[in-house]
Design a protein around this ligand. Structure first.
Ligand SMILES: [Zn+2]
Length: 373
């Protein structure tokens, strides 16, 4: 009992508004004590007086069932141990706001099925474990503000992530994600999104809806372009893109499928303004002709149907970056410096192996900025 005094210290809690609340919190610091198991005896009979326990950097392999007695626990740090399972009893900690459990041996099955009933949790840190899947229980905890799952082996994010309407920080660096679900864009308070060191190939244009986003980390992925809508993220202060095949390789690898005769005929009709009506053409062709898209090159007045060229356009962003954005053009010879509403047959005969003229126009130091982020 008296030993507890050595490990308990009082700290004054800062309230949400930054002012110190007049609440004394009992904190037990037991970090780096070479503990092999949770020191239940230290707290015997006083479990409810403890608000914060730091048991990081020990050799614990589990937490005892008696953890349920710590009903006033607000923060529990059990990082850097050997823990392979969180006990079901943790759900009894109705005051728990912060659970730090990084660098342990947790997989997705290590989390209690009812973990979603931790109704006060705001911060969860499961980084540096061996999870293959995003723990679905987290999507049931609407109070979560920060979720850290970096350095696991997570392959995809569930659509249910949009349930986390109060989420401000989502850290998923160093996983095996190949895509970003559009549901991520439904998190109105998200300020920091870390997706670096994954296998992501594309960024959904819906991410532009993240109006609170200040920091977006995408470095070391497989991203070839960004959607133009990303420019509307006005509050973004940090954007990292280095380590992505964003520019040169992508442009070189472009292949150009020659347009069909239907496409060429359709373009001729649209570009020359030849009138067409249901009296002269079947409905399917009318529908096809109406589906024409305008070439995005401002100097070109042409249209395209299904045969289009992916083109990289560099856009100034936040005054700091030149971003390579994706746009579609009607033919490989159509660039913003040379319109080509009149098509010569040679435009279509070979695949485009030349780099975009726009890219050549970008000074190399600016190009570097994009790549280094
Ligand atoms: Zn064009």
């Amino acid at each position: 009992m008296c030993r507890l005094r050595y490990v308990m210290e009082h700290s004054t809690r800062a309230s949400v508004h930054g002012a110190a609340e007049n609440v004394q919190l009992a904190k037990a610091v037991l970090s780096r004590k070479q503990l092999l198991e949770f020191p239940e005896d230290e707290f015997s009979g006083q479990e409810q007086k403890v608000n914060i326990i730091d048991l990081s950097r020990n050799s614990l392999s589990c937490l005892p069932k008696s953890i349920s007695l710590y009903t006033n626990m607000i923060e529990l740090d059990i990082s850097n141990n050997r823990i392979s399972r969180i006990p079901d009893e943790i759900v009894a900690l109705k005051s728990l706001r912060s659970l730090i459990c990084k660098n342990n041996r947790l997989d997705t099955g290590s989390i209690p099925k009812d973990f979603g009933k931790c109704v006060s949790l705001e911060v969860v840190n499961f980084s540096g474990n061996t999870m293959l899947d995003f723990p679905m229980q987290l999507t049931e905890i609407g109070t979560l503000k920060s979720v850290y799952l970096g350095g696991n082996r997570i392959r995809q994010l569930p659509p249910e992530i949009q349930n986390l309407q109060r989420l401000e920080i989502l850290y998923l660096g160093g996983n095996q994600l190949t895509s970003i679900p559009v549901e991520v864009s439904s998190l109105p308070r998200l300020m920091c999104l870390v997706l670096s060191d994954n296998r992501i190939e594309a960024v959904p244009s819906e991410l532009a809806q993240l109006r609170s986003l200040k920091s977006l980390s995408l470095h070391n992925n497989r991203i070839t372009t960004l959607p133009p809508q990303i420019v509307s993220l006005g509050d973004l202060c940090e954007l990292s893109l280095r380590g992505n095949p964003l520019v040169v390789r992508f442009v070189r690898d472009l292949t150009w499928q020659p347009p069909s005769l239907l496409e060429l005929a359709g373009r001729s009709i649209k570009n020359r303004g030849i009138p067409y009506t249901t009296e002269g053409l079947p409905h399917s062709l009318i529908h096809y002709l109406d589906s024409a898209q305008h070439c995005l090159n401002p100097k070109c007045s042409g249209v395209y149907f299904t045969s289009r060229v992916e083109h990289i356009k560099f856009v100034d962003f936040c005054g700091k970056y030149r971003l390579p954005l994706m746009q579609y053009l009607c033919s490989p010879s159509c660039t913003s410096s040379s319109g080509s509403s009149n098509y010569s047959s040679s435009s279509y005969t070979s695949s485009s192996d030349t780099e975009s003229e726009d890219e050549g126009a970008v000074p190399s130091n600016k190009l570097k900025k994009v790549l280094l982020g």
